[in-house]
Design a protein around this ligand. Structure first.
Ligand code: FES
Length: 77
């Protein structure tokens, strides 16, 4: 039986991104999105966080997880 705090520690999502901050928050201006597709990381393993670098593929392979990016699409008029 593990104490509750220990169990929660084992389930950390963020392993190394901005650990010096109490909370990781990213703000993106919609007007700055200039390509038609932008992918944002939701697995917290990207080396280019908050932008996806496809690290989720390795994470999923190693863990059996099924996470992937948030893809913002912009219609080109
Ligand atoms: Fe995290 Fe792609 S690298 S979702």
């Amino acid at each position: 039986f593990l104490p509750k705090k220990k169990k929660q520690r084992d389930s950390l999502i963020n392993l190394k991104i901005q650990k010096e901050n109490p909370k990781v928050v990213n703000e993106i201006d919609i007007e700055d999105l200039n390509s038609s597709n932008v992918c944002y990381c939701r697995c917290w393993r990207s080396k280019t966080f908050p932008v996806c670098d496809k690290s989720h593929l390795k994470h999923n392979e190693l863990t059996g997880d099924n996470v992937g990016p948030l893809i913002l699409k912009k219609k080109i008029l």
